[in-house]
Each structure stands twice: as structure tokens, then as C-alpha cells.
Design a protein around this ligand. Structure first.
Ligand SMILES: Nc1ncnc2c1ncn2[C@@H]1O[C@H](COP(=O)(O)OP(=O)(O)O)[C@@H](O)[C@H]1O
Ligand SMILES: [Mg+2]
Length: 271
């Protein structure tokens, strides 16, 4: 039997404003299984953040439905509680509380739960060890690097052992080396803990780390493919572009590009 989806959307639609309406999402249908690592890509304004906000119950759809772990969000009585138990968020800016140290920041989402102070502390400490910050637990956010702060934010997202982790451009403010480290961490969480990860990104490095890539355009799902097919599909689009054709046929290329054209041609010829 097919495993039940942990995240499902049906005809998910969001419009903003009245009168001159902006259609941010236009009838999105998705099903994401437990343990998947999904990248959501697309140009700026294509509806990525809107989709993530709907999945995390940060905002309400205009039409359609979000179903998390079998519960339609419209039927959930206590959305705050639902959010804190079921969903972990990681944003581009880490949103850590500047006056709390790393461990205290990770403890914040646990205040809604039933753990004793001692257990909260223990769990936060364990999570910080897991993200590689076991020795920086007492540090304030401004004593940590950007990558370290994002690790704290990831540990905080995991505080209540949520069914899904939603991340909106989690590496948007990081250099490519630090991005690589954060990706390794996300990958390990997904592989070793089975965390369901949904990551919005316009960074190809991030999208490649996922196993499935959902491309949005104008609020609709343009493509929904396993990562290898998604990149093949990008390459086919490139092959069909005027630059791709110029490379394939070796005409009209400026010097630098002409020099690497043979390698590129080989790649494109395989598509
Ligand atoms: N709060 C809002 N009010 C009005 N329009 C919005 C709001 N949030 C997003 N939009 C519009 O909805 C569309 C999708 O935005 P968004 O989901 O932020 O896209 P992305 O994250 O892919 O850049 C854009 O046209 C954007 O301008
Ligand atoms: Mg966005």
C-alpha cells in the first residue's frame, strides 16, 4: 500500500489584495511522503514563499487545502500548537533572540510542550551537538558566524521533533563554502533522522542536494521531478536556447566560450 503523504495540497490557491488581485498560488496539488528531501525552485515572485507559508500554517489559503500528516489545516483547532509540534521553520535570516545564548534559543519552541526545564536543556544541548555546536552552547548569536547561527536555527527547528522542516532560502545569506556545510547538515538530518525537508531555494547547489525538485512558475507547478531528471531537463532547455545551439554548432561564440565549447558540446550532445 502506498505510504500516506505527510504533506498534501489540493487545489491550493492564494490571492493577495482585493480589486487588482495578485495570484500568488494558482491551484497547486502536491503530495510529499515522509522522509523526502524536496527543493522548491523558481524565479522570484513565483510563489515559493507563499507555498511554504501555507504548508506551515503561517497564512491561510484563499481556496483549496493543506493536509499535514492526515489533518486538513482548516480542521485544526489550535494552529499555534500545531505549528510548534508539527513544523520546524528555518528562514534566510535566522531570527535568533539576541539576548539568549545558543542553547536557550533552541529551548524556546519547547516551552509550549511538557518537558521539564532539565529535559529541555538536555535536549537543546543534544541538538546543538548534533549540528556541530556542542562547544558553543553558551555563545550569544552575535558571537557566532553566519553559518553557526544558521546551525542554531536548524537545531531550534528540530526542537519539538517536527514531522516536517520547512526552510525558506536557508543559505541565502551564506557564502558557498558555508552553504555546502549547511547542506551537508541538512542532508545528514534527512538521511540519518529521516526528517522530511522542504527547502525553498534559487541556488542550484542547494537544489542538487535534494532528491526531488518542484519548479514553480506564476504560482503553478511547472515541473515536479527527481533531482537527476530536473537537471537533465534544465540542460535540455539550455540545449534548445540560442546559446546552447551556438555551442552545439560551434558558431558565433566569443573567445572564452569558444575555448570551453568542446566540453560543453559533449555534455549537450548527451541530452
Ligand atoms: N503579503 C503580500 N501582499 C501582496 N502580494 C504578495 C504578498 N506576498 C507575496 N505577494 C505576491 O505574490 C507573488 C508570490 O510571492 P512569493 O511567494 O513571495 O514569491 P517567491 O518566494 O517565489 O519570490 C508575488 O507576485 C508577490 O509580489
Ligand atoms: Mg520568497
Amino acid at each position: 500500500m502506498a505510504e500516506r503523504s505527510v504533506v498534501e495540497t489540493r487545489d491550493l490557491t492564494k490571492t493577495y489584495g482585493d480589486g487588482a488581485e495578485v495570484v500568488a498560488l494558482a491551484g497547486v496539488n502536491l503530495a510529499i511522503r515522509r522522509g523526502e528531501f524536496v527543493a522548491i525552485v523558481g524565479p522570484s515572485g513565483s510563489g515559493k514563499s507563499t507555498l511554504l507559508n501555507m504548508l506551515g500554517a503561517l497564512d491561510r489559503p484563499t481556496r483549496g487545502e493543506v493536509i499535514i500528516d492526515g489533518s486538513p489545516l482548516t480542521k485544526v483547532k489550535d494552529l499555534d500548537r500545531f505549528r510548534s509540534q508539527m513544523v520546524g521553520f528555518v528562514f534566510q535570516t535566522h531570527n535568533l533572540i539576541p539576548t539568549l545564548n545558543a542553547r536557550e534559543n533552541v529551548e524556546v519552541p519547547m516551552y509550549e510542550g511538557t518537558l521539564s526545564a532539565g529535559k529541555r536543556r538536555e535536549r537543546a544541548s543534544g541538538l546543538l551537538h548534533m549540528v556541530g555546536l556542542g562547544d558553543r552552547q553558551e555563545a550569544l548569536p552575535n558571537q557566532l558566524s553566519g553559518g553557526q547561527r544558521q546551525r542554531v536555527a536548524i537545531a531550534r527547528a528540530l526542537a519539538n521533533n517536527p514531522a516536517i522542516v520547512l526552510a525558506d532560502e536557508p543559505t541565502g545569506n551564506l557564502d558557498s563554502k558555508t552553504t555546502g556545510e549547511i547542506l551537508e547538515l541538512l542532508n545528514a538530518l534527512n538521511r540519518e533522522q529521516g526528517t522530511t525537508l522542504i527547502v525553498v531555494t534559487h541556488n542550484a547547489q542547494v537544489a542538487r542536494a535534494a532528491r526531488r525538485v518542484i519548479a514553480l512558475r506564476d504560482g503553478q507547478v511547472l515541473r515536479d521531478l527527481p533531482v537527476t531528471s530536473a537537471f537533465e531537463s534544465d540542460l535540455i532547455d539550455f540545449k534548445n536556447s540560442s546559446l546552447g545551439q551556438a555551442i552545439l554548432h560551434g558558431n558565433g561564440l566569443p573567445g572564452d566560450l569558444a575555448a570551453c565549447a568542446p566540453a560543453l558540446r559533449q555534455l549537450l550532445e548527451r541530452m
